[in-house]
Design a protein around this ligand. Sequence first.
Ligand SMILES: [Ca+2]
Ligand SMILES: [Ca+2]
Ligand SMILES: [Ca+2]
Ligand SMILES: [Ca+2]
Length: 266
Amino acid sequence: MTVDVNVQDINDNYPRFTQLFRASIYENASPGTVVLQVTSTDADESGVTRYSLLPSSSASSSAVADMFAIDSEAGTITVAGDIDRESTGDVLVVRVAANDGAYHAETTVTIDVLDENDVAPVCRLPGSLNAIQTTEDARLTVIVNVSATDADETSPNRDAVISLPGSWSRDFVVVDGGEALAWRRSMPFQTTLPGGGRSSPLNAHRVSLAAVDGGRPCLWTSCQPLTVSVLAENAFTPQFALSSYSVAVPNNASVGFTVMTLHARY
Ligand SMILES: [Ca+2]
Ligand SMILES: [Ca+2]
Ligand SMILES: [Ca+2]
Ligand SMILES: [Ca+2]
């Protein structure tokens, strides 16, 4: 006679992930955005594999597991928290477990975080120099060096320069690749009366600059306005503190004796 023997499966094999997983997402991806799906095999017929995220091993990235969620049956990893490349870095490593009820396997999923232009540039104008003085200047003479910085991680999102926002300026132009402010034209020193008088209020020129980055769309920040005052050519002539000095010298003073030291100031 023939005897059919039914071999009953028992769960005696570990689940295995089918590959090493790697994916990329943009920072600031909204919750629910699908990152990737992990898959596994199991030689057993019985048992259902469930997936879960494991806490990160290192304390520094302990929050990584909170940034993502996993569908326990499908293995689909989705965004669940705030992902900011500037604070979390460009690579996140997520630990995933597959559990068949008796055995479990682990793998790491590497997620590259792509940079978005989400940080506005910052003006770097000379400290406390919101009032700059220049003498009568020739065209394109640099008035002040300026620059901008941007905390975004990659080009062109972090490439920031200074520019004149909005309307074209009659008096000023930004030169040196966005790193210096210059006169667009020669600025004469003006007086309140023809050929004399006091310095005219017209010698104070106000300019508003902005820091602009290279992202698309670009972000920008207004800088503190600058006032550039044109002074007369001789405004910086050195001056003695007194118009005359008198000093006593001993009658036996030898050659080389210091009579007095004079100081002149601008
Ligand atoms: Ca199994
Ligand atoms: Ca960011
Ligand atoms: Ca960014
Ligand atoms: Ca930026």
